[in-house]
Ligand binder design. Structure first.
Ligand SMILES: Cc1ncc(COP(=O)(O)O)c(C=O)c1O
Length: 397
């Protein structure tokens, strides 16, 4: 036995750029980036075949029975695809129950407001999970609600929401579930055999480790068929995008050809790693190594173990007056790691992502960099302020 870190199993970024410990864009494999060196004609049969492969592989990853679901890729970042999903599947006279416990749930509610569609909001604050019983009660109270909108992993705090109990409550009440699994799909299981949902959305630059440029919706074919005429937007009309793709094999408007080529390579690497279970195992090991090391340094996580996602982890900012986040960020960057500021409203925090082309050896180096950064700032304790711990106790209660 030796205490020495093993060599990384995954090669470090070839251009020498820092690791992105952020939930997308994230650190990608060189082979993924290299796919972007050639150009593709958007109408050409080669690119049409690439689009067909992409759709088929994503459907296979979902694991739904043949013919029940379809995959609609759409240009733009994740928010464009969330807006497309909400605008396309919610009938104009429908009503959504939006479950929020962080920035992305609130963004879904804000999107509903922009769309001018009816919705009610359960806002659990920064990080308390929306529970199945609350969903059941809200649906029983308001028969006008047709759809529930849930966030799988709320990336702002890193909380892994209880999607199975939310899905169960929604199905039991005869309503339809729309899932934002932006930062989860490809790593977190979302088996339609066990979790009933109408549609889910994710993007190229999250757990499948592609580059930014498009997202995709995996939806029941029946929902796609019924979505005709619902959308508020020409460019974000998922039914129209789907119908055009089905007919021509092409994207309706200019596709992100290079990002698609890169994504196909990312899908190959995903499969080679053992698909969703393989990826989850690596991200979980990344999280466990990083969290254990940060705790040894005195840092505390915002969330209790049970809610800690293998995607991104929020840490309280240390109370020590010598700690300054901007200096910490720069010290980490100088050591090759780009971390993420916090997004909580009650207490100061920062986040470290576990996803992207990196392994436990990298995570050990992250902890060493954090230790050195603390020493450089003269921070003697990484313990959070008492009010942060009180806030966390409130969560546990
Ligand atoms: C859960 C979730 N929803 C939506 C988004 C928005 O995606 P984008 O920033 O690509 O528009 C993100 C981005 O991280 C996310 O994590």
């Amino acid at each position: 036995m030796t205490n020495q870190s093993p060599q990384p199993r995954i090669a470090p970024p070839k251009m020498g750029e820092p690791y992105l410990l952020t939930p997308g864009p994230l650190t990608t494999d060189y082979a993924v980036k290299a796919e972007m060196l050639r150009d593709w004609g958007s109408w050409d049969s080669d690119f049409r075949a690439m689009t067909a492969t992409l759709r088929a592989k994503l459907l296979a990853m979902l694991g739904a029975p043949a013919g029940e679901f379809d995959c609609v890729p759409l240009q733009g970042s994740g928010s464009y695809c969330v807006e497309a999903m909400l605008g396309s599947f919610l009938p104009r006279d429908g009503k959504a129950l939006v479950l929020a416990n962080g920035a992305y749930g609130l963004r879904a509610a804000e999107t509903m407001r922009y769309l001018g569609r009816a919705f009610t909001l359960i806002d659990k604050g920064d990080y308390l999970p929306p529970r199945g019983a609350e969903v059941a009660a809200a649906l029983a109270f308001d028969p006008a609600i047709t759809h529930v909108v849930a966030i799988h992993c709320e990336t702002s705090s890193g909380i892994l929401n209880p999607i199975a109990e939310i899905a169960e409550a929604t199905a039991a009440a005869g309503r339809k579930l729309l899932i934002d699994s932006m930062s989860g799909f490809g790593a977190l299981p979302l088996d339609p055999a066990g979790i009933v949902f109408e549609a889910m959305v994710s993007s190229a630059n999250k757990c499948i480790e592609g580059v930014p440029g498009f997202g995709f919706v995996l939806a029941r074919r029946a929902a796609l068929e019924a979505a005709k005429g619902n959308s508020h937007s020409l460019a974000l009309d998922l039914h129209a995008q789907w119908a055009y793709m089905e007919k021509t094999g092409q994207w309706r408007y200019t596709p992100p050809t290079h990002a698609v080529a890169a994504f196909l390579k990312a899908l190959e690497l995903h499969a080679a790693e053992g698909g969703q279970p393989g990826r989850l195992a690596r991200y979980t090991a990344n999280r466990d190594t990083m969290v254990a090391g940060m705790r040894r340094l005195g840092f505390e996580t915002l969330l209790a173990e049970r809610w800690l996602s293998p995607i991104i982890v929020t840490f309280f900012t240390p109370a020590d007056p010598a700690f300054d986040f901007t200096r910490f960020y720069e010290a980490m960057k100088a050591r090759g790691f780009i971390i993420y500021p916090g997004k909580l409203t009650v207490v100061d925090s920062f986040r470290i992502g576990c996803i992207g082309r990196m392994d436990e050896a990298v995570m050990r180096a992250v902890v060493e960099a954090a230790r050195d950064a603390l020493a450089e700032m003269g921070v003697t304790s990484a313990a959070p302020p008492a009010e942060a711990l009180a806030e966390r106790a409130r969560l546990a209660g």
